[in-house]
Design a protein around this ligand. Structure first.
Ligand code: ATP
Ligand code: MG
Length: 1137
């Protein structure tokens, strides 16, 4: 019997208590201690795992460990929770057996941690993939959410589960998780309003206040300070090693992963805040006239904020805290609440609100994680229920929790101890009975339908009349007095009369895990779990969708007068369902043990461990395992599994399965003491025998696999060979075809070449002949074309002549027709004139006749008078009309009213002329002497230049200023001015054209009454002075340039250098002024103004022709002057200037 590895290898103490020698309680505890000291926290009793809480993190939950335990046999490696998880998962996946993992132990023993380890292991080893990973993540992330809302710090455990949780994880046939369903059991809601000393409220309250952002807290109207809230006990608000703020973030993140919408999270937090606010509402008494006190809210601020949070009307809630409406059948009675009742109502509301919120969370998580309805799911249930609790003061909650633990213990006993023993008896295996304590009697004491404690409590709650905790205790004392596990001072059994450890208001139950003293106070109330209808209706009315869902009974449309089931009844019912569910599954046990009461690592308190070992019944468990067989299996599956180990049974055994197994065992030479044959099963005593069988089977499977592989490979090679052979024939056929095709193609192409040469030769010969033929045809065509051309031209000429003749005829015909038509027209016109004349004469004659007819009716000359009167009226109207429509006095205004009558035509135009002359006279009469002189000058300029020189038009609008240099005022020209003997009539800067090269030099041009003076522009020095009598004429061009030549009298003193050729912008003014002055000068003759584009000037001895030509507009439109030669000086005037 060879096993590769075993839990016996490197074992500290004994890994499986079944192998403990000698077996006693002491050696059992010593073994646990020994292993605990060496960090071995897990020990087996057969397939049950004992887990010691190490209270510190050990490096045994790493991914490597997961890999180590994956797909390994349960007894192959040292004990570990992973081995149990692996075994359960593989049984579920491979053998299609639903599993449940039952984790039991007292509070703080590590159940919740163990459940998380199992879940994380299963998540790590099961299938992978995007969808599967999402499901896994959602299942795992449901834990932080439920722990935040359902766990709290107690004196026994900093993270104590205050609710029971059973989670069914559903898998498909491959073992991939599909989803899950969580069931929750009775949340300890009394904790919401009151916590025992040293304990805290549920984690979420502290997490919210520590971890929420300032903004969130503001929205929830909360303050970060714990001390502001009555429901949060202060003495242990902070817990060592617990980071509430970080946990809050984890919870929010987990909610998001699980699938909570943002508004759902907000609603949940609002309700949590509302609970805190509710705790701060305080009441004061207010006396009423009937002498009773009525409660009133002391400070309404918290109430107001809470109502704002929930969208409730403040008055509705305020009223619900002061009055209570009781409805019975048709009647409604309204009673006032005193202060104590108001506090009771407040707390009841807070408890109900929180516990319903918790249940809603579970339902909501279930919605997210539920598996799609498929055919059949395999299920693995993980049960993590609150542990057995014994506090200093135990109340209804502890009673319920411990009842639940009793039931779990019972199922453990039933499935492991009793079932085991009963199976041996059933199978006819030789067996010595082992005594164990069966706690069914305690379960019966609590849950019996007739006289069980829960039934009596319900009876008491439902009974009419005064019901108190005392009446309930009295009832217990009467009915349970004889029960072996019930103890009470006032019971009929006299043995406790003197027991001072038993107070009068308490009763004691001997649970399987020890005696627990329960205080009867509060049992009735907590069982009733009453919430006044007014409050639930107020909550339903809230404008908060989640709140509405939580209090459906508040809907006035669905008033239910029936009492809701009691808390005890509900719990008993759900525990019953749970037990039935567990019994349908294959159980796997994890028994958690707490090593010490101090939540400290490395401390192992013998007495505490011993107590747990005892009440968990672990010793009995070992004894049963040792006395019995480690493994059993029905004959058929056993033979099916191992038949390949024996030639006689492989591959088919024809006889009964039992005989087959016997043959198999005999063939394998398994020692006889190692197995027993039952009626339907074979029992294997030692796990090693099983390992031996499994190992042989594994080897055999390998051999079989090799055989299958061998045959398969042979078949595969032969098929391959046949395929190759077939392919070769096909390839050869194809190749031959290809070669023949190629040969044929070559012959064909050679033939084609020869053919093509022959055809080419023949074709060329044919072509030559055809070409010759074509040329002949072309020659014929050309000749015929020429002949046809000649014919056609002759015909054309003939036709043209014919057409000309026809045209001539047509024209003559047209002329003749025209003449005829005109004659006809004249005749018609004449006829029409005659007709008209006849009509006019007829009209005159008619008029005459009429006038003659009517003359007798008028007096003599009346007609003439009327005529004159009419004419006068028309004239009057005309003149008056003219008066109002006279044009303006401006001589240039050309407008004139339109003539009204044709006969006034002459008058109208004469009046217009007279009016214009008159307004011109008026205009002129307003002239001053200077202005008159100016206009005379302008008039003279017009006489000289108008229509003669192009420059004139632009000068009309320019006023003649004369002294452009302001010579008398400008000090710069003072000297020059004083040199003048007469008044300066004109002073301007002109350009004197150099006689030699035609270039210009700026000179001051002065005109006085007697002379023309040219002076240097810069110095003012007189360069030339010409007396006006020496000036014979002035020559200018017809164009728009400013050039003028002053021609001097030959032989005069001024004419030594010759005539002056000058240019000025004010040419028109200069020449006009010169002309006027010359005319008035004493002894000068009339100055000639010569306007021509070509004139002669005398430069010294030469007569030079100055010629004006039209040039292209360049050099910025300036006039350029160039001496071309001795005889010619050319001035180019741009056409636009
Ligand atoms: N395997 C472990 N490794 C490290 N620490 C552990 C382990 N198991 C438990 N603990 C520690 O013990 C504490 C209590 O464990 P846990 O909450 O699982 O107890 P419980 O049995 O669920 O108690 P309750 O019945 O009050 O819910 C944990 O908070 C943790 O600190
Ligand atoms: Mg727990």
């Amino acid at each position: 019997m060879e096993v590769k590895t075993s839990l016996l290898d490197n074992m500290i103490g004994v890994g499986d208590m079944v192998l403990l020698e000698p077996l006693s309680e002491d050696s059992f505890i010593a073994n646990l201690r020994n292993r605990f000291d060496h960090n071995e926290i897990y020990t087996y009793i057969g397939s049950v795992v004992i887990s010691m809480n190490p209270y510190r993190s050990l490096p045994i939950f790493t991914p490597e460990k997961v890999e180590e335990y994956r797909n390994r046999n349960f007894y192959e490696l040292s004990p570990h929770i992973y081995a149990l998880a692996d075994e359960a998962y593989r049984s579920l996946r491979d053998q299609d057996k639903d599993q449940c993992i039952l984790i039991t132990g007292e509070s703080g023993a590590g159940k919740t941690e163990a459940s998380k380890l199992v879940m994380s292991y299963v998540a790590a080893v099961c299938g992978k993939g995007q969808e599967v990973n999402k499901v896994k993540e959602q299942l795992l992330q449901s834990n932080p959410v439920l722990e935040a809302f359902g766990n709290a710090k107690t004196v026994r455990n900093d993270n104590s589960s205050r609710f029971g949780k059973y989670m069914d994880i559903e898998f498909d046939f491959k073992g991939d998780p599909l989803g899950g369903v969580i069931s929750n059991y009775l949340l300890e809601k009394s904790r919401v309003v009151k916590q025992p000393r040293g304990e805290r409220n549920f984690h979420i309250f502290y997490q919210l206040l520590s971890g929420a952002s300032d903004d969130t807290l503001k929205k929830l109207k909360l303050d970060r300070d714990f001390s502001k809230y009555n429901y949060l006990s202060l003495d242990s608000a902070a817990v060592n090693g617990l980071d509430d703020a970080a946990n809050f973030r984890t919870v929010r993140n987990a909610m998001q992963i699980v699938g909570f919408m943002e508004d759902e999270v907000q609603s949940v937090l609002e309700l949590v805040a509302a609970v805190l606010k509710l705790g701060n509402i305080e009441f004061k008494p207010e006396s009423r006239c009937n002498g009773n006190d009525e409660s009133r809210i002391r400070d309404k601020n918290d109430l107001k904020e809470m109502c704002e949070l929930l969208g409730t009307e403040q008055t509705v809630l305020e009223r619900a805290f002061s009055y209570r409406t009781v409805e019975a059948k048709q009647e409604k009675v309204c009673t006032t609440l005193n202060v104590a009742q108001a506090y009771y109502a407040r707390d009841a509301l807070a408890k109900n609100l929180y516990s319903r919120l918790f249940s809603w969370l579970v339902t909501r998580i279930n919605e997210s994680i539920k598996a799609a309805p498929k055919s059949r799911h395999k299920v693995m249930g993980v049960l993590d229920i609150y542990g057995f609790e014994i506090f200093e003061e135990n109340s209804f909650e502890q009673f319920i929790i411990n009842y639940c633990n009793e039931k779990l213990q019972q199922i453990f006993i039933e499935l492991t101890l009793r079932e085991e023993q009963e199976e041996y008896v059933r199978e006819g295996i030789e067996w010595t009975n082992i005594e164990y304590f069966n706690n069914a009697i305690i379960c019966d004491l609590i849950e019996n339908h007739q006289n069980g404690i829960l039934a009596m409590l319900d009876e008491e709650c439902l009974r009419p009349g005064t019901v108190t905790d005392e009446t309930f205790l009295d009832k217990l004392n009467t009915i349970c007095a004889e029960h072996l596990h019930f103890e009470s001072r006032l019971s009929k059994s006299s043995k406790f009369l003197t027991d001072h450890s038993l107070p009068h208001n308490c009763f004691r139950i001997q649970h399987y895990a020890g005696k627990v003293l329960y205080r009867a106070e509060g049992f009735v109330d907590k069982n009733n779990d009453l919430l006044y209808r007014d409050l639930s209706q107020a909550m339903y009315k809230a404008n908060h969708s989640l709140m509405k869902q939580l209090f459906p009974e508040g809907n006035p449309a669905k008033v239910n007068l029936k009492r809701p089931p009691t808390a005890g009844f509900q719990f008993r019912h759900s525990v019953g369902t749970l037990m039935r569910n567990l019994q349908t599954k294959n159980p796997n046990y994890i028994r958690c043990i707490k090593p010490n009461d101090k939540k400290a690592s490395h401390i192992f308190t013998d007495s505490l461990v011993c107590h747990q070992v005892r009440y968990l019944g672990l010793m009995e468990n070992v004894r049963v395992r040792r006395a019995g067989y480690a493994f059993r299996q029905a004959y058929e599956p056993c033979l099916e599994r191992y038949k390949m180990l024996c030639k006689r049974t492989w591959p088919h055994w024809r006889g009964p399965a039992r005989e087959g197994v016997e043959v198999l065992m005999a063939d394998l030479t398994v020692p006889a003491e190692e197995f027993s044959y039952g009626r339907s099963k074979v029992f294997i005593r030692n796990p090693r025998t099983l390992f031996f069988l499994e190992e042989r089977r594994r080897q055999c499977l390998q051999d079989l696999a090799t055989l299958i592989q061998k045959i398969y490979r042979g078949w595969k090679c032969r098929s391959h060979f046949l395929l190759l052979k077939k392919s070769q024939i096909v390839v050869a056929a194809w190749y031959r075809r290809y070669a023949q095709q190629n040969k044929y193609k070559r012959i064909k192409s050679a033939t084609t070449v020869v053919q093509s040469y022959t055809r080419g030769w023949q074709a060329r010969k044919l072509l030559r002949e055809l070409k010759y033929q074509k040329r002949c045809e072309e020659a014929v065509t050309t000749i015929s074309a020429y002949w046809h051309g000649t014919q056609a031209r002759m015909e054309l000429r003939r036709l043209k002549q014919e057409a000309r003749n026809i045209h001539a005829v047509t024209v003559i015909w047209a002329y003749w027709q025209g003449t005829k038509a005109r004659r006809e027209l004249r005749r018609l016109k004449e006829e029409a004139r005659r007709k008209h004349a006849v009509a006019v004469i007829w009209a005159y004659w008619k008029g005459l006749k009429v006038r003659r007819e009517y003359r007798k009716f008028f007096r003599a000359n009346a007609g003439k008078k009327i005529y004159n009167f009419t004419i006068q009226r028309i004239m009057q109207k005309y003149f008056l009309g003219l008066k109002s429509t006279m044009p303006s006095m401006s001589p240039i205004d050309k407008s004139w009213p339109v003539k009204p009558y044709l006969f006034l035509d002459g008058v109208h135009s004469e009046l217009r002329r007279i009016f214009h002359l008159w307004r011109c006279t008026k205009y002129r009469s307003e002239f001053t002497e200077e202005k008159k002189a100016v206009f005379e000058e302008k008039l003279e300029a017009s006489e000289i230049f108008k229509d003669k020189k192009a420059l004139y038009a632009s000068s009309v609008s320019q006023p003649f200023m004369g002294d452009y240099l302001e010579i008398s005022k400008n000090p710069k020209y003072q000297k020059l001015n004083s040199a003048m003997d007469e008044k300066v009539l004109l002073a301007d800067v002109v350009n004197k054209i150099n006689r030699a090269n035609g270039k210009g030099t700026a000179r001051i041009f002065l005109l006085t009454k007697n002379s023309v003076v040219l002076a240097d522009q810069k110095t003012g020095q007189v360069k030339a002075s010409v007396p006006l009598p020496d000036l014979t004429s002035v020559s200018v061009s017809t164009q728009s340039d400013g050039f003028f030549a002053l021609k001097l009298k030959e032989g005069s003193a001024s004419a030594i250098k010759g005539d002056f050729l000058l240019s000025s912008e004010h040419l028109i003014e200069i020449i006009t002024k010169l002309h006027r002055t010359g005319a008035t000068a004493a002894d000068s003759e009339q100055l000639n103004i010569d306007i021509s584009d070509e004139f002669l000037v005398q430069f010294k001895h030469d007569k030079v022709c100055v010629k004006f030509i039209q040039g292209a507009p360049k050099n910025g439109n300036s006039v350029s002057c160039k001496r071309k030669n001795n005889r010619l000086l050319e001035v180019s005037v741009p056409s636009t200037v």
